[in-house]
Design a protein around this ligand. Structure first.
Ligand code: ACM
Length: 521
């Protein structure tokens, strides 16, 4: 029987199926060239649970994982894969390319190969194929907000695996916000002890005035985060940490009120949704605090990019703050409007001085030094403006990449961020502008999942998939006709099901049943 020709997500840039297949069996040996050992380890880790195949390393064998610096044209993540009836050759210039190719091999196998327990009796056939595959964008990200609703690190590891399957390479963790602080900082233990717990949560959208009366809490340990970084690194995924400042800091201010604009005030960790007026002060000890927190971040996360938030920072408190007025005078500013950019510039300098790239949400990109990489989210026009100002940009448009919006207009959809529907096609059609020749560079695209409406793993799965698969397809493959992309994504649903992903609808008008209970990760 011929091997099926699976639809791959993301679709490779060049793919030709040929007649025949290669069968993996217990005797299949894997030959590894120097430096490719981590790829062989990942192959075994991912494939052994379902197949039971040892895929033992050997000096000779029909299955070859080859690092070849001569293949520089494939870039940092590209790979070539040739499968014939008697050999498998996966080659890349860099280890990360081999890691990407292994995910393709996984998708070429029968879907049962994705199971996390033994699936005996399945012939483990790979169709003969010739693939050359290079990503369209260098940054293909997913942001998860673990501040509004905490998720344990086991859940984050599961998402690292899901991202890697889709050749997404960034898990951006939104670690702090008004409603919770999840990052341990040795010099400021109250950040997690006080800031990691809120008394209750708002029910419904911002301003609803209804609360659930249920405390919500959670923090990571340093060990957990370090292990997550290692786990992700072995899969070619970078964890990009985000610590919000100078707005979205109510949880920090509940722990250390002296960091605010009214030092004697007692504040709770915010129980509402929306934009909070309480922000950091601009006196010197606050900058020392931020530098201290960022040094902890740098110590745990090797990511070249470190995100300092910077969005939605109301200036109302700075108008009446003597320290803010002093700062405005000392810096020669015309008013509070310049303080946000100044603040981010200060912490940005700290990161630049330590060899990292400061990253922030762009409101329009204004007021930030060009060394900042920005995530444009409000308006596609902001991408163009930020590129022109010289920023490197990750396009994170809310209208195409915010997965907290419902994915269909059906009344059967579970509660989601109101105001917009972001369906599968909108995500796939997201087409950010390129930079001008002399400006910054569009380095990639990213999906965002804010979790006001996603308290459980099941909610997150439902909102994230299949839309994240659509983003991955677009981000890696670039544009392709929607009917073909849609067919690929629907076929890919078998993989999501095999992985236990409780995904949302493939078609905006055909909602899938959902049940969100007390499910575990
Ligand atoms: C944002 O959605 N406030 C970045």
């Amino acid at each position: 029987m011929p091997a099926p020709r699976p639809a791959l997500v993301p679709a490779p840039t060049q793919l030709t199926y040929r007649p025949g297949h290669f069968t993996l069996n217990p005797d299949t040996m894997v030959r590894i060239t120097p430096g490719a050992e981590p790829a062989a380890t990942l192959l075994r880790t991912l494939i052994a649970p379902a197949t039971g195949l040892p895929l033992s390393p050997a000096t000779d064998g029909p299955f070859v994982l080859a690092l070849d610096p001569g293949l520089g044209g494939l870039g940092a993540e590209g790979y070539g894969l040739t499968i014939s009836s008697d050999a498998v050759l996966l080659r890349a210039a860099h280890l990360t390319g081999l890691l990407r190719g292994i995910q393709t091999i996984r998708q070429l196998l029968p879907v049962q190969a994705l199971a996390n327990r033994a699936r005996p009796g399945v012939p483990w056939r790979l169709p003969c194929v010739e693939i050359t595959d290079v990503p369209r964008h260098a940054w293909r990200g997913f942001m998860l907000d673990v501040a509004r609703h905490f998720q344990p690190v086991a859940f984050l590891r599961r998402y690292v695996d899901l991202l890697a399957l889709h050749k997404l390479n960034v898990l951006h963790l939104h670690l702090t916000d008004d409603q919770g602080w999840r990052l341990p900082v040795a010099d400021y233990p109250l950040l997690t002890e006080v800031g990691g717990r809120r008394a209750q949560s708002m029910v419904g959208p911002a301003g609803s005035g209804v609360f659930d009366g249920i405390p919500h809490e959670g923090t990571y340990t340093e060990r957990e985060l370090r292990d997550l970084v290692t786990y992700a690194g072995a899969r070619g995924v970078t964890i990009v940490p985000e610590v919000e400042m100078p707005g979205h800091t109510r949880a920090a201010l509940a722990a250390y009120p002296e960091l605010g604009t009214a030092p004697g005030r007692r504040l709770d960790v915010w129980t509402r949704w929306g934009v909070c007026d309480t922000v950091l002060g601009v006196h010197e000890p606050v900058l020392d605090f931020c530098r201290n927190v960022l040094d902890t971040v740098l110590d745990i996360f090797p990511s070249p990019y470190v995100h300092v938030g910077g969005d939605e920072c109301p200036t109302t408190e700075w108008v009446t703050s003597p320290a803010a007025q002093e700062r405005i005078k000392a810096e020669g500013f015309s008013g509070t409007g310049e303080l946000r950019g100044w603040f981010l510039g200060q912490v940005g300098d700290h990161l630049l001085g330590r060899g990292r790239i400061p990253t922030a949400w762009a409101e329009t990109g204004e007021g930030l030094p060009p060394e900042f990489t920005v995530m444009t989210w409000r308006d596609p026009e902001h991408t163009r403006i930020a590129l022109k100002r010289g920023h490197n940009v990750v396009s994170s448009q809310h209208s195409a990449a915010y997965l907290d919006y419902a994915q269909s207009a059906s009344p059967a959809e579970p509660p989601a961020q109101p105001g917009l529907v972001v369906d599968l096609r909108s995500v796939h059609d997201h087409d950010p502008p390129e930079g001008p020749a002399s400006g910054g560079e569009l380095i990639g695209v990213q999906a965002q999942l804010w979790t006001e409406f996603a308290p459980t793993a099941g909610h997150i799965d439902y909102l994230a998939f299949p839309r994240l698969a659509a983003l991955a397809d677009r981000a890696w493959r670039g544009a392709s006709p929607w009917p073909l992309a849609r067919a690929r994504l629907i076929a890919h649903g078998d993989r999501l099901a095999a992985l236990g992903v409780r995904h949302g609808p493939f078609d905006p008008y055909v909602p899938v049943p959902h049940r969100f209970g007390e499910e575990s990760t």
